[in-house]
Design a protein around this ligand. Structure first.
Ligand code: RFL
Ligand code: PHB
Length: 394
């Protein structure tokens, strides 16, 4: 058995694990990341696209913002489209100047991996059989196989940044962990298309055929989503059917036209809300999707991952540099306040914008009334806007 040692052992090289490692490095704390996928795989996994101003600030502080500042698209609003017309929500006007940046999650991941490797950071890709142990002791362990060799990484603390399907959450005893969750009776079919966007901002469309979202990645690439059944078979969605449905749900009488292009990527994502409490036990700290999931309608998942690891990096730095445990002890309580706000916002946006299979005319009229209120009342619009751009970081 090969034995390694570090201060913080990190499971998972998604946005949470990579950013944590980078922030710790800047504070003089050592870490090793273990990841079961390849570098190429994690760099090309198409997911989130919206960064809150606070997340942009953290990435800049972490020294990985150079390409994001050049290639990221600054957006000052979104459009809510329903009943045949569009209504803009103006973020800076409603939030005292805050905005969002559209920059793909896989680009954030590429920038972070490049920064870690340039600083001789250790990321072990394509490891297998990852397990965490002795988390109640002061010397927890991560064990895994690396090219067939058994390896034991002993650490002072472990960060479980291994996403929703990871193994770290299960290491917390069941009698300690409380799970809160909701499943939704629909999924999103997402495509990435080689088509220049024909609208400058994101469009969230409420339509009797189901929800649709118009987004983008660059001046050449459009990102689009359709509400579909939760068990939808992607084989039943040839490109022509996807485009037909997108035209029907997104286009309105104002003459705006969606531009088609070749479909570069296509996938179906389930929708759920999920939180575990507490987000820590002994020397194991969960961050990002390992601890909580939101439906993507509020664009909050990656932003929560960034907010968690910012809190965790500070707490671990105080622990290693000043022998202070208070921030680490408060980690879960500190994060859960923001997490539950994002859970509520994501649930609310999802409930307002999707067609639920069991809903009747009463529910549909409530949804329409809510949408009309949000776009006509400055107070209601400001509530949506301040949640969407993100609450200030602690
Ligand atoms: P990740 O990105 O899932 O990374 C976890 C990493 O851990 C690895 N792993 C393991 N490694 C070692 N051993 C094991 N046993 C392991 N098990 C797993 C995985 O391979 C992976 O590399 O979690 P992280 O870092 O917490 O980041 C969270 C975000 O990825 C997620 O919240 C967002 O993508 C959610 N999301 C969105 N978030 C936003 O903030 N804005 C958006 O606009 C937005 N849109 C979206 C989204 C997610 C989507 N999908 C596909 C779920 C749109 C979609 C369609
Ligand atoms: C995206 O561009 O992938 C995206 C944007 C906004 C969302 C979800 C996903 O709410």
């Amino acid at each position: 058995m090969r034995k390694l040692r570090t201060q913080v052992g990190i499971v998972g090289a998604g946005p949470a694990g990579l950013l944590l490692s980078q922030l710790l490095y800047l504070h003089g704390v050592e870490s090793v990341i273990v990841e079961n996928r390849s570098r190429d795989y994690v760099e090309h996994r198409v997911r989130a696209g919206v960064l809150e101003q606070g997340s942009v600030d953290v990435l800049n502080e972490a020294g990985v913002g150079e390409r994001m500042r050049r290639e990221g698209l600054l957006h000052h609003g979104i459009e809510l489209r329903f009943g045949g017309s569009g209504h803009r929500i103006d973020f800076p006007a409603l939030t005292g100047g805050r905005s969002i940046t559209v920059y793909g999650q896989q680009e954030v991941v590429k920038d972070l991996i490049a920064a870690r490797l340039a600083a001789d950071g250790q990321i072990l890709f394509e490891v297998s059989d990852v397990a965490v142990g002795q988390i109640e002791s002061s010397s927890p362990r991560i064990t895994f196989r690396d090219s067939g060799d058994e390896v034991e990484l002993s650490c002072d603390a472990i960060a479980g940044c291994d996403g929703f399907h990871g193994i770290c959450r299960q290491a917390i005893p069941v009698e300690i962990l409380r799970v809160f969750e909701r499943a939704y009776p629909f999924a999103w079919l997402g495509i990435l298309a080689e088509a220049p966007p024909t609208h400058d901002e994101l469009i969230y469309a409420y339509h009797e055929r189901g929800f649709a979202l118009y987004s983008m990645r660059s001046p050449q690439i459009t990102r689009l989503y359709l509400q579909v059944a939760p068990d939808e078979d992607i084989a039943k969605w040839p490109d022509e059917r996807i485009w037909r449905e997108l035209h029907a749900r997104l286009e309105t009488a104002d003459g705006w036209k969606l531009r088609e292009g070749s479909v570069l990527e296509k996938g179906i994502t389930g929708m759920r809300s999920f939180v575990v409490e507490p987000m820590q036990h002994g020397r194991l700290f969960l961050a990002g999707d390992a601890a909580h999931i939101v439906p993507p309608t509020g664009a909050k998942g990656m932003n929560l991952a960034v907010a968690d690891v910012r809190v965790l990096a500070r707490a671990l730095t105080a622990f290693f540099k000043e022998q202070r445990r208070n921030l680490l002890d408060a980690y879960s309580v500190t994060c859960l306040k923001r997490v539950w706000r994002a859970e509520h916002f994501s649930w609310w946006m999802t409930s307002m914008l999707h067609r639920f299979p069991d809903d009747d005319g009463f529910q549909h009229r409530l949804q329409r009334s809510q949408l009309e209120y949000v776009v006509s009342s400055p107070a209601a619009a400001a509530s949506l806007a301040e949640n969407y751009v993100g609450l200030p970081l602690d």
